[in-house]
Design a protein around this ligand. Sequence first.
Ligand code: FAD
Length: 430
Amino acid sequence: MSKHVVVLGGGIGGIATAYNLRKLDKNLRITVVSGRPYFGFTPAYPHLALGWRKFEDITVPLANILPKHGIEFINENGESIDPDANKLKTTGGKEIHYDYLVIATGPKLVFGAEGQEQYSTSVCTAEHAMELNKKLEDFYKNPGPVVVGAIPGVSCFGPAYEFAFMLHYELKKRGLRHKVPITYITSEPYVGHMGLGGVGPSRRLMEDTMAERSISYVANVKITKVEPDKVIYEDLEGKTYEVPCKLSMIMPRFMGPEVVASAGDKVANPVNKMVIVNRCFQNPTYKNIFGVGVVTAIPPVEQTPIPTGVPKTGMMIEQMALAVAHNIVSDIRNSADRYAPELSAICIADMGSDAMGFYASPVIPPRSVVKYKKALWMHWIKSAFEKYFMWKVKTGDVAPFFEEKMLSLIFGTHPIHVCKDCAGSPGSAC
Ligand SMILES: Cc1cc2nc3c(=O)[nH]c(=O)nc-3n(C[C@H](O)[C@H](O)[C@H](O)COP(=O)(O)OP(=O)(O)OC[C@H]3O[C@@H](n4cnc5c(N)ncnc54)[C@H](O)[C@@H]3O)c2cc1C
């Protein structure tokens, strides 16, 4: 009888894992269990917030696409995992037996500053982005100061930078920029750190770009409170400051959702409840459980005065998904071959008129290669990539042969590597 792989989560990580598995083994039974009925291209959520994209442009119903590729879809959330019995229970009461479980639920959002959830809006989900879009429509009629920021423990800073730069562009287009002071307030030790200790000259680039666009910034501080008309932060000495605002977009920090915690402390990291994985993104205790995407526990690249986490970007997640699919298929075939993702990243921060792109390989220092570029055409590359990714999701192949060849030619990157020793923390050298 064919083995049953259950993939929990229908985002970039879950869909990429399910498609890679299908490509590697036509006989596998694959089930995706996901609470949201659609796949959403998260990197375009800031664009959705600004009304530059419609919901339909960047989402696709999973029930329409997965069965076409021989993948079952259950539109429910996973509620609990019994790793000893190999069973997943869903919120609808289904008990699903698995031979392998891939946890790719993405994060639970933690709004750690008082009033943050009530008075600011994130761009982390399509629903939040659309809510922010409505707020912005009112805001344009009666503009005032804006705060964009990140609370302590944030790992995903890119969307905050993007939102600040893109809002600057939108306000300029509407002839409102001179009425809107924008302040970026962050837990990063300096702007451009991005939870990564910086990437090449990212500090200088971000500082220059903020100066060019008249965006004030405060780094190395804790946002403690958000009120309807101000954001309050604290410096390292505990002194508090207030910045007036009419609208704020403050990034929450991420932790693993309850379903991961339900699997016990051998699966869920005790600190952030994310999935404990080794270099090959396999749980060291329950070898038939794997983690992919934002929900995996990757240690910070360095200690910062105010805690920050390491971002898990789209390219890193696609690499995790490919490695995990290979590892599961190798295990089924009784092969000893194991694979670790390279964990390299191409990140493009859209700024409306132009964009700033970084390539780091590997993301976790020491890095062999760092490249960067700020240019008008980078903005078009970002848009083209979005269309390309949506096309991949609709066609059912997230790793077409030409993509790996092209990335290898341009960047010398290879998504996965044979790993001789899977023990060790994710991203550490094999
Ligand atoms: C706003 C934003 C912009 C970003 N922009 C970029 C970018 O430009 N470039 C880049 O490289 N990276 C970017 N990232 C980082 C990363 O690529 C995304 O976060 C990516 O969506 C993560 O994929 P994922 O599959 O891990 O999680 P998600 O995309 O969050 O998907 C998880 C899925 O699991 C489902 N789920 C949740 N809980 C359960 C449960 N209990 N049971 C079943 N299903 C569940 C969710 O509904 C969701 O469908 C961005 C992140 C954010 C938040």
